[in-house]
Design a protein. Structure first.
Length: 325
């Protein structure tokens, strides 16, 4: 039977970063859809799943929609343009990779393929749940211009390109939402000052487990919930206090087709051969990488990480791609 509130989408909608995982889709009780359901006092069909693309949502998540559905939230699109592969490449040091190619591919998909895919998906949602209020969200900016994680090497140039990608993705999602008569939610302004490495992070950097990296944390999901509730027309004064206890019905536990984040392998042939081509000593890079990978070494690990980042900056100064242009 269709439920009043249906949450569709990818890992951001599943709730990754909002608490302990529940199954292969990595849904959590602290994810924004559960918070929204409790505030609305409506049972939730939680369909969203880690790694989901638009095609995965269409295949696995729409079956619960129906005439009785009153509220639908949707967060999807990042995986379609290669969010994780882009993050993985940008996290590598400058001697290891030139990330421009993968970023360029993401921008091409964003402008040529994603609008059509999203438009078809939203039309399917409208057809199945014609009376539902539909809210479609974008994504926050990840970085404030700083990468403070020990084993990632995002350059200012790459972070700038990522921020532009988030803005362009938001514009595409906003256009599709407007054409469909849906309400668009843009979290960027609310997350300003709460990026990775900010004093009060709402988006996590490298996390354990790694699947939680570059996702909203508990505070970030609470911020998403406030925005979605506002889009559904509920003011803060109308939010149930305490929140209602609702039943959460989980959809298929079929993980989406997109990959998950992984750290750069500084001991890989790609890294060591890249170091050699850049005029570095591969054995020295390998020794630093081994020390930096063990936080238990304390100051020794911190010193190794600091030296790796200094080497990355030096190599980057020789490359227009990594310069602070």
């Amino acid at each position: 039977m269709p439920l009043p509130y249906v949450a569709l989408g990818d890992s951001y909608a599943a709730g990754v970063g909002g608490g302990a995982r529940l199954g292969e889709c990595w849904r959590t009780t602290g994810g924004y859809p559960v918070l929204v359901a409790r505030a609305l006092g409506q049972d939730l069909a939680h369909q969203a799943c880690l790694g989901a693309t638009v095609a995965d949502v269409a295949r696995d998540q729409l079956s619960v929609l129906g005439p009785q559905t009153t509220h639908v939230s949707l967060t999807v699109g990042g995986n379609d343009v290669g969010f994780v592969p882009v993050i993985v490449e940008c996290a590598k040091p400058s001697w290891m990779v030139d990330s421009d190619a993968v970023i360029d591919d993401a921008f091409a998909l964003l402008t040529t393929e994603l609008p059509r895919r999203l438009t078809r998906l939203v039309a399917s949602i409208r057809e199945r749940a014609p009376r539902a209020e539909l809210v479609i969200t974008a994504y926050p900016v990840l970085f404030n211009g700083e990468d403070c994680n020990a084993l990632t090497f995002f350059s200012p140039y790459e972070m700038s390109r990522l921020e532009q990608g988030v803005a362009d993705l938001a514009a595409v999602i906003e256009g599709v939402a407007g054409d469909a008569g849906a309400v668009f939610v843009d979290p960027r302004a609310d997350f300003d000052g709460h990026a990775v490495c900010d004093q009060e992070e709402w988006v996590s950097g490298v996390s354990w487990p790694l699947e939680e990296s570059y996702h909203p944390n508990v505070e970030g999901h609470a911020a998403y919930a406030r925005l979605v509730l506002g889009a559904f027309g509920m003011s803060e004064g109308e939010v149930r206090t305490p929140p209602a206890e609702v039943t959460v019905h989980h959809g298929p536990q079929r993980r989406g087709s997109a990959p998950v984040f992984r750290l750069p392998d500084l001991l890989s042939p790609q890294s060591l051969e890249g170091a050699r081509r850049s005029g570095l000593d591969p054995d020295h890079i390998a020794a630093l990488a081994r020390r930096a990978a063990f936080p238990a070494l304390g100051a020794e690990a911190e010193a190794a990480s600091a030296e790796l980042h200094a080497i990355d900056r030096l190599v980057g100064q020789r490359s227009p791609q990594r310069s602070q242009r």
